[in-house]
Design a binder for this molecule. Structure first.
Ligand code: 2AL
Length: 174
């Protein structure tokens, strides 16, 4: 969608679009209320600034919408489509890597009480497994911060995959 269209959506429709990037209610409302944006960079900068102060409750709210790494996102909605594309590298994961990620996910959930979250786009299964093992050694507060940063990275990538500056043709923007 081009930025002009995003700027002129009615607030409810704009909120539905933004909630796909990260389902953090206060953040969605603020990003919608911040329109109009002059450029996608300005939109991303504002969204990123607001995301930098996400709390643990914000993380938990958004996490309910993220499937585990290696768990095929089901459904036809925009969130499931985004997750499928982000996790595309998992389709070619070696069986032992996929199994180690599944075991690591279970260990992470037992340790931290929430789903392991990582920005999957641009990472191989092996890299995600190494990150999972590294982060299992974090203490609660360091891990809360890391997970929140990953949530923000996912949100900003989704934003930039959804909204394009008006001078960019959609086919170039793929
Ligand atoms: C995901 C997801 O669905 N997309 C992404 O980048 N990471 N899930 C997760 N548990 O980390």
């Amino acid at each position: 969608m081009q930025l002009t269209e995003f700027n002129s959506l009615d607030p409810d429709t704009a909120a539905q679009t933004v909630a796909v990037w990260a389902a953090v209610p206060g953040w969605v409302d603020a990003v919608v209320a911040g329109r109009p944006y002059a450029t996608v960079d300005a939109l991303a900068a504002y969204a990123g600034e607001l995301a930098a102060v996400w709390s643990r409750a914000d993380l938990d709210a958004a996490l309910a919408h993220h499937p585990r790494i290696g768990e095929k996102p089901t459904g036809a909605g925009a969130e499931a489509a985004a997750s499928r594309s982000e996790q595309a590298s998992m389709a070619s994961a070696a069986d032992e890597v996929a199994a180690a990620i599944a075991a690591g996910n279970a260990a992470y959930e037992a340790r931290f009480g929430r789903v392991f979250l990582i920005r999957a786009a641009g990472r191989s299964p092996q890299e995600m497994l190494a990150e999972l093992h590294r982060r299992l050694d974090n203490d609660d507060s360091a891990e809360g911060r890391e997970a929140t940063i990953q949530l923000a990275e996912i949100a900003l990538l989704r934003l930039r995959g959804t909204i394009f500056d008006d001078d960019i043709e959609p086919e170039e923007a793929e």
